[in-house]
Design a protein around this ligand. Structure first.
Ligand SMILES: N[C@@H](CCC(=O)N[C@@H](CS)C(=O)NCC(=O)O)C(=O)O
Length: 369
């Protein structure tokens, strides 16, 4: 019998969303080639076939190109039933999609701050690592020039995501607090929903794999002091043999140690998403369906116990919330009631019923459908 033809994965180890997709593909044991993602591949075939010079991208054995970590996961879940990562029960399922949206969208400022606000990350790792990917075989000088260009582009995005001088101390104190909550939970359970990883864990690998767990500054300052978080990050990078034999908590339970984290998510992510929704709703009155919305809109400001935090609204975030809402809508009424009661008991069920205009993904942006 012929061996199945492999998928081809494109993404750097330093990348947030490639970390989410890579840890997932490894856990699923999908046959996958991982060629070096060079400047030419990124600006050529990746951009041409997916609509953006962005990562991750995945080429299927039949030549179809997929981008967006969430759609890659949807595709592979449908094609490879072994080691399913989406919980079967309603509360765990909706919590997974909530946490996927939160880790994907809310953590970007923390991951970018912990990389770009501390020069040692660039000097000691990013420059060499990404230079070798971008221009393999070229002299170091050429590699450095190429990385400087990419780094300039990424640093240029920092103020829009909220990395501003007056918010640096918020970014540190908020992150330390959230990491403490995650650490307390991971001391009690190996993964977010039990003893095997679920969609929520792969989303958490976004900020943890390529950024917080690997960049020298956050790895030393944030992750090493929290050994259970270090161990979780290492297990996500190299799943131990027993990981897939584990179980999510029985009877659709949510671990008690995860509840403080869910309370934090719902109290901060709900007003954040509502702020984005209000801007998109206002635009939608005159915006032609099918026309791509701007990638970024005006600031949204969220009040947290550590103080106020502002960053640009991304309409794309609503597409992630739409994923949660679609899953919620597919449940029976009795299941929906259970999910609503659970969310309300953690602080708010508003995200489940927020009116979000129907959105279609267009590479890194969205359009009204
Ligand atoms: N939501 C997308 C985001 C992909 C994304 O933003 N990737 C980053 C790297 S971590 C990128 O390539 N950014 C390029 C850009 O923003 O232009 C996903 O889940 O894959």
């Amino acid at each position: 019998m012929n061996k199945p033809r492999p998928y081809t994965f494109y993404g750097w180890h330093a990348s947030y969303f490639a970390g989410k997709a890579r840890t997932y593909l490894h856990y699923k044991q999908v046959p996958v080639l991982e060629p070096t993602l060079t400047l030419w591949t990124l600006m050529g075939p990746v951009k041409r076939h997916t609509g953006a010079a962005a990562m991750p991208a995945l080429r299927t054995p039949t030549g179809q190109w997929l981008s967006d970590s969430s759609e890659i996961i949807d595709h592979i879940e449908a094609a490879f039933p072994q080691r399913p990562v989406v919980p079967q029960t309603p509360v765990q399922r909706c919590v997974s999609y909530l946490l996927e949206a939160w880790f994907d969208e809310w953590w970007i400022p923390m991951a970018m701050h912990s990389r770009w606000s501390y020069p040692e990350n660039y000097r000691d790792l990013f420059m060499r690592d990404v230079g070798n990917q971008l221009m393999p075989g070229f002299p170091r000088l050429a590699k450095n020039l190429a990385v400087d260009y990419v780094a300039g582009m990424l640093r240029g995005m920092c103020p829009a995501v909220g990395i501003r001088p007056e918010q640096l101390s918020w970014l540190n104190s908020w992150s330390e607090h959230a990491l403490d909550l995650l650490h307390t939970h991971l001391k009690a359970q190996p993964y977010l929903l039990g003893s095997r990883p679920s969609l929520a864990d792969f989303a958490m690998a976004g900020p943890m794999y390529g950024h917080l767990g690997r960049d020298p500054w956050p790895a030393r300052e944030w992750i090493e002091p929290r050994p259970a978080l270090r161990q979780w990050t290492d297990h996500m990078a190299q799943p131990p043999a027993q990981a897939a034999a584990g179980e999510l908590l029985p009877e659709d339970q949510i671990p008690a140690t995860l509840v403080p984290l869910l309370q934090l998510v719902l109290s901060e992510f709900t007003p954040f998403v509502q702020g984005i929704q209000a801007q998109v709703q206002a635009l939608a009155a005159t915006w032609p369906p099918g026309k791509t919305l701007p990638r970024r809109l005006a600031d949204v400001c969220v009040c947290t116990p550590q103080g106020r935090f502002s960053r640009n609204a991304l309409p794309y975030t609503l597409w992630m919330v739409q994923r949660l809402q679609n899953v919620f809508a597919s449940l029976t009424l009795a299941e929906q009631t259970r999910v609503r009661l659970a969310f309300a008991s953690w602080g708010s069920d508003e995200l489940l019923s927020l009116t979000v205009p129907k959105l279609e993904r267009r590479a890194l942006r969205v359009a009204l459908s």
